[in-house]
Design a protein around this ligand. Structure first.
Ligand code: ZN
Length: 650
């Protein structure tokens, strides 16, 4: 971790940065008298310019809203960066090397040499260009263009959002970037390429890709959607895994485009996917962002707060979540609600009546319908109560009493005691019960509930819960399905699965980037193992940047309740392998062998499937010869992979 930047370096950065040039990246300036420029203020909404810049003094001042300062404070405010980040950013533009007080190595805030960070960003910029050109020009990218056209996006939108196509070849991007002077090490470090037995290969193949940018607009990762039915990667979306410049827990897709509106309107809209962000922006909701392959969490809250200028003395900013009907998104919102009351009080939920997401809504009913969806959002509190009471039949007295009992803890949890009576009246109205009855139910509500996902998540987030109460958690599908059969550890395949999960939980840093995305979840034979693995994926894959404890907690909260004790066990049980004498950790070879074992199981299943399909085609006199040929080629390919894997193992 770098220390404070040396004061004389800060002074040099300030001196050498031309404030008018820096401001011109954001504001159009016109001369206004000797040594002064004027423009529209980026910090408040105005039609006549009252934002003044004096390059000779290195200062700016807005006479409309009072903002003012030097070049560093300008970058801090307009880019929503910390002081150190702002100085580093200006220094990088000047090509200046910074020195730090602790005499430590010259690193940027993320611990990378400045040179290296900008190399990785440059590689992403080149990749984005390659992908976009491929999408617009290549005949084999037609499937991608059709995917977008079917959702109402044309080539102008492709350019606007930088959407692209990753060819299926396997090495085309890697070769292209090598040609631009990037090394295989840089490409694998940045998550653009993976490394296999035959060298570097493209991380994303045969997919539609969206560049994910940091808040300043630098591309730092990609999200990739499955297009082909025979894509060997089952996951509908693959995202860049954790890299030195890509932190999935904080990154929000579309934030670079949205931050200005989020800041000026003090409203953010959180949608669920890349196409939803596109649809929202095109429909006149420029504050739309989406998480990238992870649930919305506390780090995202922090990121948004900085932009919303969510300060105590101001009126609360608003955050609107749109959910399609699916339970996962709703569960995530409920979790945020439990973790952070202040956040909950300013959160709103928009669910389209027919369960459509913003992209579908724009297609079916037009852009006005998307705007109406966001405008009609209801408070998170109301959403939480209504989802809870909807599980009961309010047509019967029995159902109403049960619903009242289930809703009471949510009302009880409202910390603002002044608001509670009003909420009690409101909820009593929804339920059709007497206000006194409801008040009594709320008074009795803090029954110490059994430990559950909700309580665990809240205590992990450090949210104080003095009365020990908790709202009724929404059960997930797996929880409703009940306990899973215990894995049969006599089966050597199941035993290997267990070891792989143990290693993933205990030594996440031993796994190469993208290793988890490349595993087929169906390869896990034991349902409980499969559930844990799904939790690992939902938590974002092995993450060396978190402590082992934080990583286990993340998996725990992403996995169904039924396997929590299994996760706890896997996280501590000793691995049945010899540890490296120097490090006291398992050898990399061991991890590779476990991965290979699971790949082997997947391949064996795929071969069996392909052979059975061949047999079906063989007995069909009308079979299309092209289909048969393709299938035979696929079977051959799979068998080659099997042979290669056996060779590697030997
Ligand atoms: Zn102003």
């Amino acid at each position: 971790m770098a220390g404070r930047i040396r004061a004389d370096d800060v002074a040099t950065v300030k001196e050498r940065s031309a404030i008018d040039d820096v401001i011109r990246e954001h504001v159009t300036l016109r001369p206004a008298g000797p040594g002064t420029f004027k423009g529209l203020c980026p910090f408040h909404d105005e039609k006549t310019p009252s934002f003044n810049v004096r390059p000779a003094n290195g200062t700016y001042k807005c006479f409309g809203c009072g903002e003012g300062g030097d070049v560093i404070s300008f970058v801090t405010k307009v880019e929503h960066l910390t002081f150190t980040e702002a100085v580093e950013r200006l220094a990088a533009k000047l090509g200046m090397e910074l020195r730090y007080e602790d005499g430590g190595p010259r690193t940027s805030g993320d611990g990378l040499g400045l040179g290296r960070r900008s190399r990785l960003v440059e590689a992403h910029r080149a990749a984005e260009e390659f992908y976009t050109d491929a999408l617009l020009q290549r005949p084999d990218a037609r499937i991608g263009r059709e995917f977008l056209r079917a959702r109402g996006f044309g080539s102008e939108h492709v350019r606007l959002f930088g959407v692209g196509y990753a060819p299926r070849g396997g090495e085309e991007l890697t070769r292209f970037l090598r040609g631009k002077g990037f090394s295989d090490d840089e490409l694998t470090l940045g998550g653009l390429s993976g490394r296999g037995s035959r060298g570097a290969y493209d991380r994303f193949r045969g997919r539609l890709v969206w560049p994910i940018r940091d808040i300043t607009g630098d591309p730092i990762g990609f999200g990739a959607r499955r297009l082909f039915d025979d894509d060997p990667m089952q996951a509908k979306y693959l995202n860049t895994s954790e890299t030195p410049i890509y932190k999935k827990s904080t990154v929000l897709y579309g934030l670079d485009l949205a931050k200005k509106s989020i800041s000026s309107d003090r409203r953010a809209v959180v949608v669920e996917g890349y196409t939803d962000v596109m649809a929202a922006h095109l429909s006149g909701i420029p504050e739309a962002v989406a998480t990238c392959g992870t649930a919305f969490g506390v780090d995202h809250i922090k990121t948004l707060r900085r932009i919303l200028r969510d300060e105590a003395e101001q009126a609360p900013a608003r955050v609107v979540f749109t959910f399609d009907g699916d339970a996962a998104g709703q569960a995530a919102a409920m979790k945020a609600f439990k973790e952070d009351q202040r956040w909950a009080s300013q959160s709103f939920v928009a669910v389209a009546a027919d369960g459509m997401d913003p992209c579908e809504l724009r297609q079916a009913k037009g852009e006005a319908a998307v705007r109406a969806l966001v405008e009609d959002a209801v408070p998170m509190f109301e959403f939480a109560v209504r989802t809870t009471i909807n599980r009961f039949d309010l047509g019967t007295a029995e159902g109403r009493v049960q619903a009242m009992k289930a809703a009471a803890p949510i009302v009880h949890d409202i910390r603002d005691a002044a608001l509670r009576p009003e909420y009690i009246r409101t909820v009593a109205g929804w339920l059709g019960v007497e206000v006194d009855q409801m008040r009594e139910a709320v008074r009795r509500a803090p029954t110490p509930a059994a430990p559950s996902t909700g309580a665990a998540a809240a205590s992990r987030a450090g949210a104080p819960r003095p009365d020990g109460s908790e709202p009724v958690p929404e059960p997930t599908g797996a929880e409703l399905a009940g306990a899973l059969p215990p894995p049969n550890l006599r089966d050597p395949v199941v035993h290997a699965e267990r070891q792989l999960l143990q290693a993933l939980l205990q030594y996440p840093d031993l796994f190469p980037v993208g290793a988890v995305d490349e595993l087929d979840p169906d390869a896990f034979g034991a349902p409980a193992h499969r559930a844990v693995f799904d939790g690992i994926r939902a938590a974002g894959g092995p993450d060396a940047s978190r402590s082992t404890r934080a990583w286990t907690d993340a998996v725990m909260s992403a996995a169904p309740l039924a396997v929590h004790s299994l996760v706890a066990d896997l996280a501590v049980a000793p691995l049945p392998t010899r540890m490296d004498k120097l490090t006291g950790r398992p050898e990399r070879r061991y991890v590779d062998a476990l991965l290979a074992r699971v790949h082997e199981v997947t391949l064996a299943r795929q071969v069996a499937d392909a052979m059975s399909a061949m047999r079906r085609l063989g007995s069909d006199p009308d079979a299309d010869p092209t289909v048969t040929r393709n299938l035979a080629a696929r079977l051959q390919d799979l068998q080659r992979q099997q042979a290669a894997l056996r060779e590697e193992g030997a």
